[in-house]
Write a protein that binds this ligand. Structure first.
Ligand code: XMP
Length: 502
């Protein structure tokens, strides 16, 4: 495998993704895990927010690193650290370099095989290498002549820019060139992965009963089908909190029936609405829903021998790094609660998807024969429509949101846009404005439509949907849904907005 050592850059996860896109298996390790990275075929040192001159700057055992005798690539902080280890130095540059730069290639080097002479790359750093050790080759500079890529010895390279972001136009090719330096690398194939996961589940589960929660979303669906394929004795529980979209409960039940996994529904819409009554603070709403969901779910579970969760790789990394970096809490997500952590400590939690990214889960779903329409469903937040209903949640508002959402989503499906966007929905804007309906004055709420593209929900961009589609959706909403006299289209990127409204 390819070991990616995390020095804390916000792009580290992307390096892992890119390596996998190139068809090789990559794993991310915290620096403290360095002694346990096994026998990697290549090692990548990520960027990071610190400066190598800070007293608590992350460090690693250089002799051990060289002892692997495999190709090494240092990215940004990784390059600066390597330069110091090889006997050079690093200094703070006068200006922070952030954004596009041109790569001016120096000597011919396998890292830049086939790369154009002045390729755009993406920079994000405030330190640069100063003293370059005698034996070291400068293999590329930026347009100002500053060295931005070094080769200290055969197979050991450094790059100041970020090849993993799409703004580095030929970044993927550069990573591929690096990986080609490795003698032997494990290929990443979803079919092999499927077999491994199923064998692993069989071994862990044996004759025990496994409980899993299903929501109809891609992750929990793939999880349930995997368990079924592994011949496990599965209980799939669907908690209907009443914050689902139009007809969603019935669709979920029908889909699971289609795949041969029967589900138990726990209908508790009333309980959720009652608990939410009078509450308008977004965090309070999330906490109430999260806690009640857990109570209801665990009541239904009873004495489980094993619990399976559809946790994905980004969740694992995020919670691990949050624990260390204490990243600021923006929203409460409810899949990492105490009860689950306790069960985990007892070895009673299975997380078979924990090595995979979302698009890989979809691929796995295809390999498992799950129908396309189920796999292409947009992500839906755990707290459901409550986060698309600013202020107090009421049955009346939920009905409006459901009806508008249904019209908008059907438009996207009919016009071939649904599969092209990451997520789309309708959100109520509980502000009354004046309008006119059939010669009468109206004084009603607005609805906001949102469609975004994204890679991992960390950043998102709004989609330039055709005006004709927006016009048709707006017409239908204004004609068919009572309580609404205004339709808006949300053109906010994330950041600074988030994908959901709450
Ligand atoms: P935001 O609104 O933070 O959303 O930009 C990022 C992604 O996460 C989804 N989301 C959630 N998913 N439980 C979930 O399982 C939650 O509490 C939750 N809140 C937001 C959101 O739909 C988007 O895909």
């Amino acid at each position: 495998h390819v070991a990616v050592l995390d020095f804390g850059s916000q792009y580290t996860q992307l390096i892992v993704r890119r390596v996998r896109e190139l068809g090789f298996f990559a794993k991310l390790y915290a620096i403290e895990e360095f002694p346990d990275i096994g026998q990697p075929g290549a090692i990548i040192l990520s960027g990071g927010p610190k400066s190598t001159s800070e007293p608590d700057a992350p460090d690693l055992d250089f002799d051990a690193l060289m002892g692997f005798n495999v190709p090494v690539l240092g990215v940004c902080y990784g390059m600066q650290l390597l330069n110091i280890k090889f006997g050079g130095s690093v200094e703070a540059s006068d200006r922070r370099e952030y954004g596009p730069a041109n790569l001016v290639l120096d000597e011919a080097c396998p890292l830049y095989e086939g790369i154009s002479k002045s390729s755009q790359v993406w920079m994000s750093h405030s330190d640069t290498v100063k003293v370059i050790p005698a034996e070291t080759k400068v293999i590329a500079r930026n347009q100002h002549g500053t060295p931005v890529s070094l080769q200290w010895k055969e197979g050991v390279f450094g790059i100041q820019f970020h090849p993993e972001v799409t703004h580095s136009h030929e970044g993927l090719r550069i990573l591929q060139n690096f990986l080609l330096q490795a003698k032997e690398l494990q290929r990443f194939r979803i079919d092999d992965f499927k077999r491994e996961i199923i064998a692993d589940i069989k071994e862990k589960v044996g004759t025990k009963q496994v409980v899993c929660g299903v929501s109809g979303g891609v992750d929990s669906t793939v999880l349930a089908v995997l368990l079924k394929e592994a011949g496990a004795n599965v209980r799939a529980i669907f908690v209907d909190h009443g914050l689902m979209r139009k007809n969603e409960g019935d669709e979920v039940r029908a889909n699971f029936e289609r795949m041969g996994v029967p589900i138990e529904t726990v209908d508790c819409s009333e309980r959720f609405l009652t608990a939410l009554s009078g509450v308008d603070d977004p965090e309070k709403k999330r906490v109430i829903i999260g806690n009640l969901f857990i109570d209801v779910f665990w009541d239904a579970v009873g004495d489980a021998e094993l619990l399976a969760q559809g946790t994905l790789y980004p969740d694992v990394i995020e919670s691990a790094s949050n624990a260390k970096s204490k990243a600021s809490k923006i929203k409460t997500h409810h899949n990492r609660v105490d009860r689950i952590l306790e069960l985990q400590a007892e070895g009673k939690v299975l997380e078979p998807l924990a090595e995979l990214f979302k698009d890989e889960v979809r691929e796995l779903g295809t390999a498992l024969g799950i129908p396309h329409d189920i796999l292409q469903r947009h992500p839906f937040p755990g707290p459901g429509l409550a986060v698309r209903c600013p202020g107090e949640v009421t049955e009346q508002k939920l009905k409006i949101i459901r009806d508008c959402d249904y019209i908008f989503i059907n438009q996207l499906k009919e016009q071939g846009w649904y599969d092209k966007v990451w997520q789309s929905y309708a959100c109520l804007v509980p502000v009354k404005t004046v309008g006119v309906k059939g010669d009468e004055r109206s004084y009603e709420w607005a609805i906001s439509l949102r469609a975004v593209i994204s890679e991992d929900a960390m950043t998102a961009d709004w989609v330039e949907l055709p005006y004709s589609l927006l016009r048709e959706a707006s017409n239908r909403i204004l004609n068919d849904v009572s309580g609404i006299n205004r339709v808006l289209y949300d053109i906010s990127t994330k950041p600074p907005a988030s994908i959901e409204w709450e």
